[in-house]
Write a protein that binds this ligand. Structure first.
Ligand code: BG6
Length: 370
């Protein structure tokens, strides 16, 4: 059933493009309107939503963090992202106008299930973004938006992550349409950008693996890694760090790149590997310059720089020791491609170290205890 791949993880990373593509199917009609067939919350209630709280654990929580940037930008409604186990026990402010979005691949994560039960008891509506038909989290929510990543077998989540971002973006565009915060042409244009992403992910899968594998061979013995990104690159950095912890048992920390000077730079020593998610340089993107100055800072202290950067980024070429290239795409779409080399890198690192990439020690695919 691994279909010729030597692990489920390898197979499932190669299904990233299909996971995005299938999650988009049937969402946009010819007249440029977004549809959410499975959602069963009244349109008026959705229109009245004045706060969104994403609850999730692990990888799903990082998909939620990515979605926050897009949804706030499009819908102009505040979005909080909270780990489900923290949310449940802190007396969060919930009203009938709060939409809680529970993101879960398995749909059985007990922490997330308890969080959504609490939200419903307080009178808020809950929408699940779930990959498993009929799972507890889907059944107990007011509405479901299914991701269509297909069954995910490897314990560390890969294709579900890109599908979760895609589904959350569709929800964001739908809410923007309802509230009238984005022009219809722009909604269609953004949806087209989403539809272009499977091809861009495929480009990474076709062209980058040998660079990634060489980097893993060279860095397999590194004792720790830092992952840094800004804006949507920040949750991508967190997810890249999590993958490497989970699969290769390497000590990693993910940070917002702007925090570097406020503490983490003290960790930087000769040869320390640091992964930077570099935003697109086009349009004189101010974030690009900021991330670049972080790279310069740590390079001056002898760090070993691994960058995820846009094809043709000459500034990055000047400083980075290794570059995993991304094809051109808008900043909000970049997480869908940027996570892919990090998934491959974690897998290659684990293989170098001789670990079972599908069944990492101490972890379970779905954690059904609190
Ligand atoms: C963890 C898994 O226990 O649960 C992670 O090891 C996963 O890979 C997290 O991201 C959340 O799982 P789910 O099924 O709720 O998305």
């Amino acid at each position: 059933e691994k279909g010729g791949w030597d692990s489920f993880m390898d197979k499932e990373i190669h299904e990233d493009p299909a996971a995005v593509q299938r999650t988009l199917i049937g969402r946009m009609s010819d007249d440029g309107t977004i549809h959410l067939d499975e959602v069963h919350i009244d349109e008026h209630e959705l229109k009245a939503v004045d706060k969104i709280i994403v609850v999730a654990c692990g990888t799903a929580s990082y998909a939620g963090m990515v979605a926050k940037y897009a949804i706030e930008h499009w819908v102009r409604v505040p979005v909080e992202v909270e780990l489900a186990h923290e949310f449940r026990y802190r007396d969060p402010i919930l009203t009938p106008r709060t939409l809680v979005v529970a993101i879960s691949q398995s749909g059985e994560t007990m922490d997330t299930l308890m969080a959504l039960r609490h939200a419903r008891e307080q009178g808020s509506k809950v929408l699940a973004i779930c990959n498993t038909q009929g799972a507890s989290i889907a059944r107990e929510s007011d509405a479901v938006l299914y991701t269509h990543a297909g069954p995910e077998v490897a314990v560390a989540s890969t294709k579900a992550f890109v599908a979760q971002i895609t589904a959350a973006y569709i929800l964001g565009l739908y809410l923007a349409q309802l509230k009238g915060t984005v022009f219809r042409d722009e909604i269609r244009n953004t949806f087209d950008q989403l539809q272009a992403m499977p091809r861009k992910i495929q480009w990474v899968l076709d062209t980058q693996p040998s660079t990634i594998e060489q980097a893993a061979v060279q860095l397999a013995d590194a004792r720790s890694f830092l992952f840094l990104g800004r804006h949507v690159g920040y949750p991508v950095a967190m997810e890249g760090a999590l993958k490497l912890k989970e699969i290769a048992y390497t000590f990693t920390e993910g940070f917002a790149a702007g925090e570097l000077k406020h503490g983490p730079i003290a960790l930087v020593d000769e040869g320390e590997p640091i992964v930077f998610i570099v935003p697109p340089a086009r349009g004189r993107n101010v974030l690009h310059a900021k991330v670049l100055s972080g790279i310069e800072e740590v390079k001056a202290r002898g760090a070993y720089i691994i960058a995820v950067a846009e094809v043709g980024d000459k500034d990055v070429e000047r400083y980075a020791d290794v570059i995993f290239w991304r094809p051109e795409c808008p900043t909000l779409m970049s997480p869908l491609v940027d996570v892919v080399p990090l998934q491959l890198f974690a897998m290659d690192m684990a293989k170098q170290k001789g670990y079972d990439v599908d069944k990492p020690r101490n972890l379970a695919k779905s954690v059904t205890v609190e």
